[in-house]
Design a protein around this ligand. Structure first.
Ligand SMILES: Cc1cc2nc3c(=O)[nH]c(=O)nc-3n(C[C@H](O)[C@H](O)[C@H](O)COP(=O)(O)OP(=O)(O)OC[C@H]3O[C@@H](n4cnc5c(N)ncnc54)[C@H](O)[C@@H]3O)c2cc1C
Length: 409
């Protein structure tokens, strides 16, 4: 029986481990076990099939001064992490060229095409179909000028398999029960959705993985070798036929040990979550565009997420960001606990905002799946299906050439 070690138990590692084990590959998942460490814990839970345009674009570069945290925007850089930032920014700027952007858009459109379908399949496999709530999502505006600008931009932007339409007055009015005033306009997306709770989704996948005979090792990989042997922090050595690197924003360090420069950075985001909420379950994930806040109703409460802060995935949170997020929530008039759960975590982001999924050319026993940036929850199940195809030498459902990490060498 073939065997594989999966490094990293975020949504990408957990979904991959489940697919591999279910297909009859003896799979061991290695993760230190702190649920809150990875981005998979604290994200907005949105299955964002509409996000086919990479963030690496000249449009975003032009907008960046207005998006800066210094002027109240979500974008910030941890200047103490300048050694990480400089080479990443250089690659990012190169990825903004129209040709690069078009390649990235084609790659994202391909992988997102069946991302919601893959969520339904993995939820079934986990014995928890109720995890996926395919009720679309909304982007809304609180003032008419912003609405005018925003609606125009949405009209022109490609949205993959999702469909958009203007929200009706009745749909906007529903928000008056949870906001100080209802939005003046909004766009509703169909063909997108959310999970009932990101951590519940991961727990369900891991439980199904263990039931299928998979092994979980609570440890951290200190060293990975090209022959699929790993040395753990505890000093123990493990080996298998193959190894999958799925360690989110920490994957770059492991790839470095294999002489691959992966340039994945921590694109840190923040959340506040309130167990005390009157936000109804059937109000879909809502993006308040001018306020830079996304609200999602989970089983355990209402979560507000925000910020794009580039730096090390291990840096502590910036208290000013939680304070600003709390003010924005109050300004919107949303009922929220005065002492909400505070979380910071790192989107694993490559300079071109396209994930790395493939088999390493220079070390064919090494598979990799990381760098899912803003879309790791969305893409985890489809990525796991692609990983399974690679591990079983089947043709993947989409062409993986644009996802090869060698594109950066
Ligand atoms: C605020 C915020 C909101 C977001 N909202 C959304 C959203 O709505 N929709 C969406 O699709 N995406 C969203 N994302 C992005 C998404 O959360 C991530 O892309 C995704 O969780 C990445 O999953 P992952 O498994 O690759 O990495 P992670 O979840 O970060 O998991 C990596 C795991 O690897 C482990 N690890 C690290 N090093 C080692 C090692 N050496 N040995 C063993 N284990 C190791 C870590 O401990 C961790 O458990 C959001 C992210 C943030 C921060």
């Amino acid at each position: 029986m073939k065997s594989i070690l999966v490094i990293g138990g975020g949504l990408v590692g957990a979904a991959s481990a489940l697919q591999l084990q279910t297909a009859g590959i003896q799979t061991t998942l290695i993760d230190p076990g702190d649920k809150r460490r990875g981005a998979s814990f604290g994200n907005a839970g949105h299955i964002g099939t509409e996000q086919v345009s990479p963030w690496s674009s000249w449009e975003n570069v032009r907008r960046s001064p207005r998006s800066s945290f210094l002027v109240g925007g979500p974008l910030d850089f941890r200047w103490r992490d300048a050694a990480l930032l400089a080479p990443w920014v250089q690659r990012f700027l190169a990825s903004c060229s129209p040709a690069h952007f078009a390649r990235g858009q084609a790659a994202l459109a391909a992988i997102l095409g069946d991302a919601l379908g893959a969520w339904h399949r993995v939820a079934e496999l986990s014995g928890a179909p109720h995890l996926v709530i395919p009720h679309g999502h909304a982007t809304v505006w609180m003032n008419p000028e912003a609405a005018e600008r925003g609606r125009g931009a949405f009209g022109e932007a490609p949205a993959g398999p999702a469909k958009t339409r203007e929200m009706s007055a009745a749909e906007l009015e529903r928000y008056s029960t949870v906001l100080g005033a209802p939005p003046v306009a909004g766009v509703l997306f169909e063909g997108t959705g959310q999970v009932s709770e990101p951590q519940a989704a991961r727990d369900a996948m891991l439980a199904a993985f263990v039931s299928a005979g998979g092994e979980i090792v609570a440890d951290s990989v200190a060293r990975v070798e090209a022959n699929a042997r790993v040395k753990l922090q505890s000093g123990v050595t493990r080996e298998a036929d193959e190894v999958l690197i799925a360690a989110g924003a920490w994957s770059g360090r492991l790839m470095q040990q294999l002489s691959v420069n992966a340039r994945v950075i921590g694109e840190r985001g923040y959340h506040l979550q309130s167990a005390d909420t009157d936000w109804p379950f059937d109000l879909p994930t809502t993006v308040f565009e001018e306020n830079f806040v996304v609200f999602t109703r989970f089983t355990s409460g209402l979560r507000a997420t925000s910020f794009l802060e580039f730096g090390s995935p291990d840096a502590p949170g910036d208290a000013r960001k939680w304070a600003l997020l709390q003010r924005r929530i109050a300004d919107l008039g949303v009922r929220f606990s005065p002492e909400p759960d505070r979380w910071v975590g790192s989107r694993p982001t490559l300079p071109d905002y396209v994930p790395a999924i493939g088999r390493l050319e220079r070390a064919p026993k090494v598979l990799y799946a990381f760098g899912h940036a803003h879309l790791g929850l969305t893409m985890a199940p489809i990525t796991a299906e692609l990983v399974l195809a690679l591990a079983t030498d089947q043709a993947p459902a989409i062409d993986l050439a644009s996802f090869a990490i060698e594109r950066f060498s």
